[in-house]
Design a protein around this ligand. Structure first.
Ligand SMILES: Nc1ncnc2c1ncn2[C@@H]1O[C@H](COP(=O)(O)OP(=O)(O)OP(=O)(O)O)[C@@H](O)[C@H]1O
Ligand SMILES: [Mg+2]
Length: 226
């Protein structure tokens, strides 16, 4: 079974959407639309009557709702959405809480989709070993409860198709990379979306152009960036 991402062109590239129960990383540099892509995925679930969770390490609830609105998504009217904000500095302490309370929250809400935005903070605060443990334990919880999730993260500065700390690509079932492609300093950059991996799915690896508009992300899956 596939879950629509809420972005037509991306569903087309994936042959219908994200396989149920997958944890998918969305990586990219700042401002490439990682949060927006995640919000589309949540909004699509909410509209279909699914319960959804947003775990935010970046923005508070108000700013998430405002940003969603600026790209055409009214999240505030949905009762089946739970937004949890974790302060960056308290993450170390509160992560244990997340691990212990997340399973109950998912069960109580009967949540089927989750957005974690962004795990970069987590990547900065923990050692490599701890990061691996945290990410894999989160994935285990989500898998065991059949939740389909998107984890957003910064990309490596020099390798846009790798995550900044290089663990995420091995832990996640799929990875989507958002790239800003500059042909020259004077030209407006082109945004390109690339499905780097999606276990068990036949997909193109060619970067596809996309735009962020007042209606959110539009992927032109038939066009080519170059
Ligand atoms: N209504 C809109 N019309 C056009 N572009 C918009 C609109 N709203 C937002 N954007 C663009 O989308 C970008 C933000 O996208 P988003 O927050 O999803 O990116 P991000 O990758 O999560 O960024 P960050 O690294 O800061 O978390 C803005 O910087 C802006 O360029
Ligand atoms: Mg963001």
């Amino acid at each position: 079974m596939r879950l629509s991402t809420g972005i037509e062109g991306l569903d087309a590239i994936l042959g219908g959407g994200i396989p149920k129960g997958y944890v998918v990383a969305v990586i990219g540099s700042y401002g490439t639309g990682k949060t927006t892509l995640g919000l589309h995925f949540i909004y699509e679930g909410l509209k279909g009557g699914e319960s959804c969770i947003i775990l935010s390490f970046d923005e508070d609830e108000e700013s998430i709702l405002r940003n969603a609105k600026s790209v055409g998504m009214s999240l505030e009217s949905f009762k089946n959405l739970q937004i949890i904000r974790l302060e960056a500095l308290a993450v170390k302490k509160s992560f244990e809480r997340v691990e212990s309370e997340l399973p109950a929250l998912i069960k109580n809400m009967n949540a089927s989709r989750m957005l974690v935005d962004s795990i970069s903070v987590l990547e900065t605060l923990f050692s490599e070993h701890e990061r691996y443990q945290i990410l894999s334990s989160m994935k285990r919880i989500l898998k065991s409860l059949g939740v389909t999730a998107i984890f957003t993260s910064e990309a490596d500065k020099f390798m846009p198709t790798s995550s900044k700390y290089g663990i995420l690509e091995y832990i996640c079932d799929g990875m989507i990379c958002l790239k800003m492609i500059r042909k020259s300093e004077l030209e407006e950059p082109t945004l390109g979306l690339e499905v780097v991996k999606m276990r068990g799915v036949k997909h193109s690896r060619k970067p596809k152009p996309y735009m962020i508009t007042e209606k959110g992300i539009v992927v032109y899956e038939e066009a080519e960036v170059f």
